[in-house]
Ligand binder design. Structure first.
Ligand code: BGC
Length: 269
């Protein structure tokens, strides 16, 4: 990556966190700053909270800024987000953030950011083939990375398992809500991941989300054909992945623009 510094912001249900990221190391360049997620978490309230986080660091105009969102963000527009305020649906989040932050930002799904971060710096570092990441939290976020490219907005946390939305059945919140012990919850995860591997045949599965810190309690109980490992970036995954994703997006955009300019120039001759 030609840029060495980018800025990442992670929008979560309880906190909005941001930090400058050293892209060579895949680590925060300064301690992160956090504000509580406003309630209701409407576009305006969240936009202003994100601006507050970014202004703590005043990144230079050249620094790419990436933001994670817990839902489907298709070409900048929020299409689906079961755990966020529903006033987001149909809103162009890149535009909202540009208005509040004062310049272009790139927004991506939170699990996609985490998956990209794990591919660049963590449990799937440099891994070819199909990597599947699931973040187990309030919901289940998923990322599919194929030879280092993220297939955006896979929503495999909403497969139907035993008649339930997988998120209701196997997220970390489901363990707490149904008061499941580790063995019982591992049983739910077994059913969930067996269904995922039946459908997409990954080469590696990564489990992220806060609960992955306690992976000894449940990963050894799973019997899957695919190797399954805990995420390595933990708390930093969203911020680091968002920053790296924004830098990657900008590079791709710049090379497309260059190719376009070249084509226009040769056409004009
Ligand atoms: C959403 C996903 C998101 C995940 C984790 C799910 O409910 O549908 O888009 O990645 O929660 O926040």
């Amino acid at each position: 990556m030609s840029t060495h510094l980018a800025f990442g912001v992670d929008i979560g249900g309880s906190g909005i966190k941001g930090a400058p990221v050293n892209l060579k190391k895949g680590a925060f360049a300064q301690d992160r700053y956090r504000v509580a997620t406003p309630h209701p978490a409407t576009p305006d309230a969240v936009g202003s909270a994100v601006a507050q986080v970014v202004s703590m660091f005043s990144p230079s105009k050249k620094t790419p800024i990436g933001i994670t969102f817990p839902g489907v963000v298709q070409h900048g527009v929020v299409k689906f987000s079961p755990n966020m305020d529903q006033s987001w649906i149909g809103v162009n989040i890149d535009d909202v953030m540009r208005d509040y932050v004062g310049r272009y930002v790139h927004t991506l799904n939170d699990a996609d950011a985490a998956g990209y971060g794990e591919f660049l710096y963590g449990a799937a570092h440099g891994r070819d083939g199909v990597v599947f990441l699931a973040t187990l939290g309030t919901g289940i976020g998923t990322a599919v990375i194929v030879d280092g490219e993220v297939v955006p907005n896979t929503e495999l946390g909403h497969l139907t398992i035993n008649g339930l939305d997988a998120e209701e059945y196997a997220a970390a919140s489901a363990r707490e809500r149904h008061d499941l012990d580790w063995d019982e919850w591992a049983g739910h995860l077994q059913t969930y991941f067996a269904e995922v591997e039946r459908l997409i045949w990954p080469d590696l599965i990564i489990v992220g989300g806060g609960v992955s810190k306690s992976h000894e309690n449940f990963l050894p109980k799973l019997a899957l054909r695919t190797p399954i490992v805990p995420a390595e970036l933990l708390n930093g995954a969203g911020i680091v992945g968002a920053a790296a994703g924004a830098a990657h997006f900008r590079e791709r955009q710049e090379s497309k623009d260059k190719a376009e300019a070249k084509r226009a120039k040769s056409g004009a001759k």
